[in-house]
Design a protein around this ligand. Sequence first.
Ligand SMILES: *[C@@H]1O[C@H](CO)[C@@H](O)[C@H](O)[C@H]1NC(C)=O
Ligand SMILES: *[C@@H]1O[C@H](CO)[C@@H](O)[C@H](O)[C@H]1NC(C)=O
Ligand SMILES: *[C@@H]1O[C@H](CO)[C@@H](O)[C@H](O)[C@H]1NC(C)=O
Ligand SMILES: *[C@@H]1O[C@H](CO)[C@@H](O)[C@H](O)[C@H]1NC(C)=O
Ligand SMILES: *[C@@H]1O[C@H](CO)[C@@H](O)[C@H](O)[C@H]1NC(C)=O
Ligand SMILES: *[C@@H]1O[C@H](CO)[C@@H](O)[C@H](O)[C@H]1NC(C)=O
Ligand SMILES: *[C@@H]1O[C@H](CO)[C@@H](O)[C@H](O)[C@H]1NC(C)=O
Ligand SMILES: *[C@@H]1O[C@H](CO)[C@@H](O)[C@H](O)[C@H]1NC(C)=O
Ligand SMILES: *[C@@H]1O[C@H](CO)[C@@H](O)[C@H](O)[C@H]1NC(C)=O
Ligand SMILES: *[C@@H]1O[C@H](CO)[C@@H](O)[C@H](O)[C@H]1NC(C)=O
Ligand SMILES: *[C@@H]1O[C@H](CO)[C@@H](O)[C@H](O)[C@H]1NC(C)=O
Ligand SMILES: *[C@@H]1O[C@H](CO)[C@@H](O)[C@H](O)[C@H]1NC(C)=O
Length: 523
Amino acid sequence: MICSRLQTSFLLFLTILLIICVSHGVSQSSNHQEMVMGREMLESVGTNESYTENSTLFLAAKRTYRRDPTDGFKRYRGGWNISDNHYWASVGFTAVPLFIIAAIWFVIFGMSLCLICTCYCCCPKEPYGYSRVAYALSLGFLIFFTITAIIGCVVLYTGQGKFHGSTIDTFEFVLKQGNYTVDSLRNVSGYLDSAQNITVDKVFLASDMQTKIDNIQTRMNSSANALATRMDSNKHKIQKTLDTVRLILIIVAAVMLFLAFLGFLFSIFGMKFIISILVVIGWVLVAGTFVLCGVFLLLHNVVGDTCVAMDEWVQHPTAHTALDDILPCVDNATAAETLLRTKEATHKLVGVVNQVITNISNINFPPNFAPLYYNQSGPLVPVLCAPFNADLTDRQCSPGEVDFNNATQVWQSYVCQISATGICATVGRITPDFYTQMNAAVNVSYGLYTYGPFLVNLEDCSFVRDTFSTIGKDYCPGLRRYSKWIYIGLVLVSSAVMLSLIFWVIYARERRHRVYTKQFLVR
Ligand SMILES: *[C@@H]1O[C@H](CO)[C@@H](O)[C@H](O)[C@H]1NC(C)=O
Ligand SMILES: *[C@@H]1O[C@H](CO)[C@@H](O)[C@H](O)[C@H]1NC(C)=O
Ligand SMILES: *[C@@H]1O[C@H](CO)[C@@H](O)[C@H](O)[C@H]1NC(C)=O
Ligand SMILES: *[C@@H]1O[C@H](CO)[C@@H](O)[C@H](O)[C@H]1NC(C)=O
Ligand SMILES: *[C@@H]1O[C@H](CO)[C@@H](O)[C@H](O)[C@H]1NC(C)=O
Ligand SMILES: *[C@@H]1O[C@H](CO)[C@@H](O)[C@H](O)[C@H]1NC(C)=O
Ligand SMILES: *[C@@H]1O[C@H](CO)[C@@H](O)[C@H](O)[C@H]1NC(C)=O
Ligand SMILES: *[C@@H]1O[C@H](CO)[C@@H](O)[C@H](O)[C@H]1NC(C)=O
Ligand SMILES: *[C@@H]1O[C@H](CO)[C@@H](O)[C@H](O)[C@H]1NC(C)=O
Ligand SMILES: *[C@@H]1O[C@H](CO)[C@@H](O)[C@H](O)[C@H]1NC(C)=O
Ligand SMILES: *[C@@H]1O[C@H](CO)[C@@H](O)[C@H](O)[C@H]1NC(C)=O
Ligand SMILES: *[C@@H]1O[C@H](CO)[C@@H](O)[C@H](O)[C@H]1NC(C)=O
């Protein structure tokens, strides 16, 4: 009698302890207090924009102002920095309450199971002391926690579906951007490849210029190939990981739902033996679910930090941040310089082509001007439309000029057939050799003109900033919301199943007392 009362009150005490633990864990996890304190700290330091911009900017500093167990539990101030172990330690620490709950639960409930077992074995006397209130209360709690567990499973299941969807969307967006980069690099590399064809007579390009273009072209092609290879290999890995996570969560939701339902059913029908088995299974599963919950809390926090960090990085293009260690971006001035260089190269190439057309092809030299004379005849060749003025500002094409898109087509009709001596035997102003070189020059200048701004965007990370900005705006809210759903679903499921477990035991006992009392009274 004393033994059984002791057990019941012990289990109730355990329940209260766990409720306190869980609510503490949840409140801690949302980091509210810490965020408020962090903000105050930052405001007291003062955010002088010019000061912040020039020195190192700690990304997501407010969010990441957490206790760092590897640094004597002092607050971590380094901001979002995935190369910093202290960052990971401090993020990991946010999940510790849940791990502690899992451990406490595992130990204490294990101990109480042993206690109940031994109590049951050494004092197997007939129970007595049925209380209507205790019976009703335990039944009420049992129903309540079972329903909570079912709700938790629904939240978890819905959350994992949406989370999977939004991670896949985000991932595909990133892939698309990578794909676009690879495509562009390959295209421009293809155009610059034509530089090899310009040399034939060294009329168009100086050979050092040509070597430079060749080097750039090779580098672009290898970058594009490396990027494509890396994307391809990571694509499958990431997809596999996402599918595995999804599968695990679905299994957890299904098993917990099943467990809660079975436990409820069997304790209502008072099947003591099955209940004991379920209690042992549930004991381990609840501990595991709490650990999973901690992992998802960690993930949720890292996702949130990363989103904020990306946002701040986009907003502070000149500050030095942890992301700059990962992404080698050049500063704005260098980027502007590069853009100017590509414009200059385009302008020069077009100028050379046009000079050849106006000074050689379109002039009827007498035969004694040997290299320049090649029996040019027929209508004048239209010049190429220069996209820039001499000061490299944009220029409109004049009438009668051909543009990059169809210059090669148009010039085709001015090509003559050459005789054995290398001069035009038919009407025309361009030899096939010249035609090839002019084509190549058009290709190179077209490539530089069309892809120059893109290359500069890659160089100064505008492209990455745009990508991050879109991720932050369109994908982050979903990722954050649904990782939170999963985490909340897991908390709900694990706490509800945990408490149901306790009430299975309590209810089974009360029910036994009730049955016994009834029999006793009848007798
Ligand atoms: C910000 O810093 C600049 C230069 O360090 C200083 O001149 C300016 O007064 C500061 N502004 C504020 C609001 O502290
Ligand atoms: C910021 O740094 C740049 C160059 O690094 C320097 O020219 C400028 O004066 C600095 N500005 C402030 C406010 O310190
Ligand atoms: C670009 O994406 C498409 C489909 O999304 C894919 O078939 C193609 O191989 C990708 N290209 C590169 C270079 O990755
Ligand atoms: C690359 O070139 C192909 C063929 O010219 C074109 O269809 C494609 O749109 C280009 N890709 C990019 C990113 O410019
Ligand atoms: C780029 O590299 C690939 C593989 O190394 C090669 O097959 C291709 O011809 C190269 N393309 C250009 C334009 O250099
Ligand atoms: C010009 O570029 C196109 C596309 O990259 C290529 O197919 C063509 O062979 C190039 N022409 C010359 C003359 O290099
Ligand atoms: C160079 O010109 C030749 C002849 O027109 C052409 O077959 C070849 O594709 C060109 N080379 C490149 C790299 O464009
Ligand atoms: C990020 O962490 C690494 C490793 O601790 C450190 O070297 C680097 O300076 C940090 N970056 C920033 C911006 O604090
Ligand atoms: C340099 O920065 C300014 C403003 O931050 C921006 O408008 C401009 O486009 C940038 N230049 C380059 C080449 O990225
Ligand atoms: C082409 O003509 C311009 C002026 O008409 C002259 O300055 C230039 O030197 C000439 N170039 C060649 C290659 O003859
Ligand atoms: C060349 O393209 C321009 C505009 O892109 C067009 O107006 C012109 O008719 C084209 N010429 C030929 C010969 O196709
Ligand atoms: C020069 O071209 C004309 C056609 O425009 C042709 O009749 C003549 O035979 C050519 N002269 C030589 C020396 O090939």
